[in-house]
Design a binder for this molecule. Structure first.
Ligand code: ATP
Ligand code: MG
Length: 501
């Protein structure tokens, strides 16, 4: 390999096909005189534009048709020509300089073209040099050159993360791996599980209990997730009314009075709340507005007067001090109930964090645009982060996450995308250049992920995510199930064949 050109932070390197380089590999350009090296990552592999190659090809094609006989090539010139015809240009992005074993993130220096040697830098060595994943390692999978990749749990601590990729590429699987990794280090995790696919994290694939079993708690609205009305803080119920149920401000003021009145009398029950709203002396529109919201609260079945069936989040999360995950299964919950549940959860978590009842919460939110209100996005990345709520968004529609959130993200885990529109949305991520992202992500096979950001010290690394022995339940229910069809009565299948004839 030979250094050929540099423009901005892009290098072009000449290479022959026999040299084993793939997109995403790292190269070390060692300047033998300056005793410095440059680290660059291959983001694209193209044919070298050698003058006259096209003419040569055309000549060969026309000769193939018209000439017969044997090639006479005593000096073996043709093999050299073939070599040149197959020469490649590796388009690389500069990621830093290495001087006396010290890594610096600058690319201002230019290595010599004649005195430098280019060779492949193994990800294993790169990771060692950059000190990736040493302190609290979470084993993620294997790199392209077959070495084991771990990332640091502390690289997720206090951070905003995004996991995105097209459908079925392994995002939820990866996020489960992170959840379990965090639990291992004693973190408290809350998962907003839209499809009910995290509920069996405590079971191994064969159905037996795994070592996480005691640490996973699943809450399902309408089933085991009910909260005692009398225990809720007025501010949280107001947030639900205003943000999830669009209650106008004037009606909210009236509701506050009703709530205080009932609280003073010690009659904060669902029945008494309904009666009080019905008989409250106020504008009829306000009363109607309050009454319809009251019914929405009742329909959600999230609230109860029975303390015995109520869950107390502070106790649940408080009990997870040595690591645990609370899975909120939103799979059978209607969109409006989902918003109520999420508003309640976030309100409660915020309350507990501000009172230091939990130290920090790692929140994993699948397809958050389906239940997170507009104002939360900014809140989560600014205010809530300082309180100790660290979010990971998981989505297969990258344009549902606003651009400023990508810019603020500390880690982005990218799975395959082919759609230009999607690629454009993710390439706006500030921590890397668009070319690297678009070029590498387009070719990622399923279960492979390009990691960007803090977790890999800003060296984009492709990893094959390892399997995990838990029941993942990420399967989509299918009609044309192979097993089901093989058990179907023969006559049925034959009959359908007959019909098609
Ligand atoms: N690294 C992996 N090793 C083994 N199996 C995997 C891996 N990643 C994903 N899978 C399996 O592939 C299937 C799809 O994965 P997953 O549900 O994580 O995809 P997804 O990107 O979340 O899809 P969707 O966009 O539909 O949510 C699942 O059955 C999962 O168990
Ligand atoms: Mg998923």
């Amino acid at each position: 390999m030979r250094l050929y050109k540099k423009a901005g932070n892009t290098l072009q390197i000449l290479s022959f096909p026999s040299e084993d380089v793939e997109k995403g590999s790292y190269l070390l350009i060692e300047d033998l005189r300056a005793e410095k090296s440059m680290i660059a990552q291959v983001v694209d592999i193209q044919f070298a534009n050698v003058p006259g190659v096209m003419e040569e090809f055309l000549r060969e094609i026309s000769a193939e048709d018209s000439m017969e006989g044997e090639d006479f090539d005593p000096l073996d010139v043709s093999s050299h020509i073939l070599y040149i015809q197959d020469a490649r240009i590796l388009v690389c992005k500069i990621h830093g300089t290495l001087e006396n074993g010290v890594l610096r993130f600058d690319g201002s220096w230019l290595p010599s073209r004649t005195h430098s040697r280019v060779r492949r830098l193994s990800v294993k060595r790169l990771v060692e040099m950059a000190d990736v994943g040493r302190q609290l390692p979470i084993h993620i999978g294997e790199t392209m050159d077959g070495s084991r990749l771990t990332i640091d749990a502390s690289a997720l601590d206090g951070k905003l993360n995004i996991i995105t990729g097209k459908k079925g590429t392994g995002k939820s699987h990866f996020s489960k791996l992170l959840v379990l990794g965090l639990i291992d280090y004693g973190a408290t995790v809350v998962v907003l599980d839209l499809n009910g696919e995290y509920v069996n994290l405590g079971l191994a694939r064969d159905g037996s209990r795994n070592r996480y079993h005691e640490r996973i708690m699943v809450l399902k609205p309408r089933e085991n997730f009910k909260v005692a009305l009398s225990q809720i803080d007025l501010s949280i119920i107001l947030r639900i009314l205003i943000h999830s149920l669009d209650l106008p401000g004037s009606s909210a003021r009236e509701f506050r009075r009703i709530w205080r009145f009932l609280k003073e009398k010690g009659r904060l029950t669902l029945h008494d709340l309904g009666e009080a709203i019905k008989n409250w002396n106020c504008n009829v529109h306000v009363r109607d507005a309050l009454y319809s919201r009251y019914h929405a609260l009742l329909r959600s079945e999230l609230f109860t007067d029975n303390l015995a069936e109520a869950v107390f989040l502070e106790r649940l999360l408080g009990g997870m001090k040595r690591g645990g995950a609370l899975i909120v299964d939103l799979s059978d919950t209607s969109p409006s109930d989902r918003r109520i549940v999420v508003e309640y959860m976030l309100g409660k978590i915020q309350e507990m964090l501000s009172q230091w009842r939990v130290r920090a919460v790692f929140l994993f939110a699948e397809e958050a645009h389906l239940y997170l209100r507009e104002t939360y996005w900014d809140d989560i990345i600014t205010r809530m982060r300082h309180f100790g709520l660290f979010t990971t968004f998981i989505t297969n529609q990258p344009n549902t996450i606003r651009e400023n959130i990508y810019r603020q993200a500390d880690n982005i885990f990218l799975f395959n995308f082919v759609n230009d529109h999607d690629l454009e949305a993710i390439s706006r991520a500030a921590r890397t250049d668009a070319e690297t992202v678009i070029s590498i992500v387009r070719d990622l096979p399923p279960h492979h992920c390009l990691i960007l950001g803090e977790a890999v010290k800003d060296f984009p690394i492709v990893v094959k995510v390892r399997p995990i022995d838990v029941q993942t339940m990420g399967h989509t229910r299918l009609f044309f199930d192979v097993e089901r069809l093989s058990k179907a009565p023969r006559a049925l299948i034959n009959g359908s064949k007959a019909l098609s004839r």
